[in-house]
Design a protein around this ligand. Sequence first.
Ligand SMILES: Nc1ncnc2c1ncn2[C@@H]1O[C@H](COP(=O)(O)OP(=O)(O)OP(=O)(O)O)[C@@H](O)[C@H]1O
Ligand SMILES: [Mg+2]
Length: 153
Amino acid sequence: MRTIINEMKLRLPAISVNESVCRSVISAFLAELDPTVEELGDVRLAVSEAVTNCIVHAYRDIPSGECGNIYISVRLYNTREVSIEISDNGCGIENVEEAMKPMFTTGDGTERCGMGFLVMESFTDALNVKSKRGKGTTVLMRKFLKSSAEGEK
Ligand SMILES: Nc1ncnc2c1ncn2[C@@H]1O[C@H](COP(=O)(O)OP(=O)(O)OP(=O)(O)O)[C@@H](O)[C@H]1O
Ligand SMILES: [Mg+2]
């Protein structure tokens, strides 16, 4: 039976310094499952993209000087599954299906290239995005870590 062996919740302001904070905290939390370097790298990349989206897009319409939050929930299971939920209560996404297509971006073409969701999808085992206009966005990612014996191969 699948059971939760450890769980963490975090709330941080959506400011750019917290991208690396989220990455580091989640990496440290996963250490208990002894992931491979590759698995850890995958999770760090996916987390970076989801958190960056909260920072860059979610609160783009709020008055300057105000700051929204990033909400993170991580669960580790006895089956070596990791679930990572990253949410905001920002502007939401008009059309999730379209937003998830490679190269789709509402950002200016110089800094953003519309590859964030593709990275999240490619480096995790499952990705689910829920969003409501004016309410916010929730990204749920799952990663199934290899057993220690498989990891040594
Ligand atoms: N948390 C969010 N809140 C509001 N809109 C979002 C959020 N996450 C993504 N989006 C929308 O989805 C689009 C696609 O996101 P994606 O991460 O794939 O690309 P990007 O952020 O535009 O560029 P890149 O990630 O390559 O720098 C964004 O341009 C934005 O319009
Ligand atoms: Mg992005």
